[in-house]
Design a protein around this ligand. Sequence first.
Ligand code: GUN
Length: 291
Amino acid sequence: MQIIDGKQVAAQVLEEVAQDIAELKTKGILPGLAVVLVGNDPASQVYVGSKVKKCAELGMNSKKIVLPEETTQDELLEVIRQLNEDSSIHGILVQSPPPPHIDEAEVVLAINPAKDVDGFHPENVAKLVLEDETGFVPCTPLGCMRLLESAGVQTAGKRAVVIGRSMIVGKPMAHLLMSKKANATVTIAHSRTVNLPDLCKEADILVAAIGRPNFVTKDFVKEGAVVIDVGINRVDDATAPRGYKIVGDVAYDEVAPLCSAITPVPGGVGPMTIALLMANTVKACRQQNHC
Ligand code: GUN
């Protein structure tokens, strides 16, 4: 059983990004990312902080814009409009989920698709479906694909089951797996799927993106399967320093012995998301500067 080391693979991706940034700097170009957070969701604050910190480590330009919970839709749209116009910013990300009074779909539509490094804009969703590589693909599924590749997992002809149909992970993951690059046969399962364990048991590659702690038990997993755990769930743990710990969507201890390869939580998919965000920002910068 191979434990897929997301920290190590993320470090490789970031090394490539660093080389790209160095090359762009010789041309007088500095990639820039703007991260917008509305409200004070604690998990979102951590994610936004890590994204900005990673930009700094790479010597990239970044702008962290934290807006109060009561920010109006129009105020947020105005911030996006300014970032669209700002030539020092190549990537724009609005941390999800925003407060409930914000219409997230309208916010995403307002982002210039060329700067939409999250890959949430309909133009980029269409490019993913069309397999047009000029588009931006959401960072988490992109990171999952890179983990499969780095672990030497052959996807062509294999049966893949993705649990979860979100626009951020499940749907784009399914498209990447079925693409003419990966050539897997893909099933998307979700909360209304009947007899989920038996369906998942047919998977050579099982991707869990449900957002429920320890949901995938050994009854879901075929012997020799590859399991990618996208879950990041906070569960109470009185013995942990912060009073909680992070667990995945997969019951790791009972599932891992069955697998040919598995990603741990933490240290699997998580570190990849930020690394691929940096890679998407450099891609956006190159496209905007035609280099
Ligand atoms: N919230 C959870 N994951 C993501 C992500 O990849 N991008 C944004 N913008 N928000 C998120």
